[in-house]
Unconditional design. Structure first.
Length: 232
């Protein structure tokens, strides 16, 4: 989903929202709450794992033409030429598409005789290195924002594990990515203790109906409330 969610009415925008489809419910909730912002989804989750942008003279350009067009529109609305001129926080979901990285067949080689991916492997340096390699594009993006001294907040995605994904790998991937983002100065917005059940999965009341991965608008409202608690 790449539908743009934005509002540019006065008062001035409080943040720039960039992300994949998980940013959609955040944008809708902010709009419904009359919280001024600019931005929205610019692609799908898998688009922002591997390399997806270039930097020339410190200016970032998305390789995908559609994403770049939206990005340019957002910056123009904020009256800045690049992320380096951003004066509001950035709320971003790039790299947090854990269900994609947790696709079962990707990890078959590491399964034991019971068909599970051993916990020792999921805690290993090798697993961490594999995850880093798979999200190197997103990590490079957050290194770019850190170099510009931007305040960046990253809401964890809904804790939904579709049938194509391995739950143990999902949660392990998410832990690795969260740690890597925090090392790059990103503030993790974590609602897991408020939206999950005893297994760590998203409760139905916060799930988009007829959908296996997205949160609904109730989840988006919780994210927006947490962003406000963070001072946005």
């Amino acid at each position: 989903m790449t539908t743009r969610c934005s509002t540019t009415t006065t008062p001035a925008p409080r943040f720039l929202l960039l992300g994949d489809s998980h940013a959609g419910c955040v944008g809708r909730a902010a709009r419904d709450a009359a919280l001024p912002f600019v931005g929205g989804p610019v692609g799908s989750g898998r688009d922002f794992l591997g390399p997806f942008f270039d930097v020339d003279d410190r200016a970032l350009t998305f390789r995908d033409a559609h994403a770049q067009r939206l990005f340019r529109e957002f910056l123009d609305t904020l009256e800045v030429t690049g992320l380096g001129g951003l004066e509001v926080p950035l709320v971003c979901t790039f790299g947090l598409s854990a269900h994609t990285l947790a696709t079962r067949q990707n990890w078959d080689i590491h399964r034991d005789r019971r068909g599970t991916v051993p916990g020792a492997f999921l805690r290993s340096a090798l697993f961490t290195d594999l995850v880093r390699a798979n999200v190197r594009g997103a990590l490079a993006f957050y290194e770019h924002t850190a170099a510009h001294g931007l305040r960046v907040l990253a809401p964890l995605p809904p804790q939904r594990v579709p049938g194509m994904s391995d739950p143990d790998v999902f949660f392990a991937v998410q832990d690795v990515v969260g740690t890597e983002l925090a090392r790059r100065g990103v503030e993790i917005v974590d609602l897991r203790d408020r939206v999950t059940d005893a297994r760590g999965h998203q409760r139905d009341v916060f799930c988009q109906q007829d959908d296996t991965i997205h949160g609904n608008d109730a989840f988006g409202r919780l994210v927006v409330a947490e962003l406000l608690d963070h001072g946005l």
